[in-house]
Design a protein around this ligand. Structure first.
Ligand code: 9WO
Length: 244
């Protein structure tokens, strides 16, 4: 997958491919990340890309033309690509969005600064406006880097087979089960017996039950959106009974 990030801070965004899954995805040729600076498309000699808001008020607004020119150039370089604008006004980005976007051949991630973009660029050029949550950052770059990270680990061949199961918990809409490693006893706290049993079917069932149970405890609203089969409902009923 090819991703172009349109940003006034290209060196900042490029850091996302220095570590972790995005780095591996680039090394394996599954991800190509490039940046494009709207300043390079400014037509004035001071390379300005912002101006004061019509109607008055504080701050500055990113001008339409340099952004549109940068987007056009990114489109020309990527071929078919959706344009995503990261802003607090967007639809909530979640694992389903990560899965959906990871299946695109190309993506253009648009990062705003100042008070945001001229609304006419959104209307003319943006396919999806996405938000990580209800908070304001100093710009869209960190959000774009989060999106790149979430997508990179879903690209085919980036995670080993062993790890693909980890996705399954969240893509099934559940939280992850708890994890333990050595030592078997740490500050008097022990590892659940089942994990030491060597019975892999039993371990898988325990983990599924824990995923259901932890979701019920910590994020019960996530269960409302799920159609649990009878087996899962029984596992959860057992978990809840054990809590009393
Ligand atoms: C600035 C501002 C100042 C006074 C009152 C309200 C205000 N809102 C903003 C604002 O939203 N600035 C944005 C900064 C403009 C677009 C890029 N910026 C941004 C993106 N901040 N936070 C995000 C973001 C993106 C995705 N998920 C969460 C937050």
């Amino acid at each position: 997958m090819k991703v172009e990030v349109i940003t006034l801070f290209p060196e900042f965004v490029e850091q996302v491919t220095r570590f972790g899954m995005p780095r591996i995805a680039v090394e394996q040729g599954q991800l190509a990340l490039s940046t494009r600076n709207p300043r390079d498309y400014s037509t004035n000699k001071w390379r300005r890309v912002d101006a004061r808001p019509y109607g008055g008020g504080p701050g500055m607004v990113m001008e339409a033309e340099p952004l549109a020119a940068a987007i056009d150039a990114a489109r020309a370089s990527l071929g078919a690509a959706k344009v995503v604008y990261l802003s607090p006004q967007g639809s909530r980005f979640d694992q389903r969005w990560a899965e959906r976007l990871s299946a695109e051949p190309g993506l253009i991630l648009l990062c705003g600064r100042y008070e945001g973009l001229d609304e006419r660029v959104l209307e003319a050029e943006v396919d999806f406006e996405l938000s990580l949550g209800d908070f304001v950052l100093s710009g869209g770059e960190l959000a774009a880097m989060v999106v790149v990270d979430a997508i990179a680990r879903l690209l085919p061949g980036v995670l080993g087979d062993e790890q693909s199961a980890v996705n399954d918990s969240f893509s099934a809409g559940l939280l992850d089960h708890p994890h333990y490693t050595r030592p078997e006893v740490w500050r008097d706290a022990v590892v659940p017996d089942v994990l030491l049993s060597g019975d892999h079917a039993k371990i898988a069932r325990w983990r599924r039950q824990q995923a259901l149970g932890q979701t019920w405890l910590k994020r019960p609203e996530l269960l409302d959106g799920l159609e649990l089969d009878e087996d899962s409902r029984a596992l959860l009923r057992d978990f809840i009974a054990q809590q009393r």
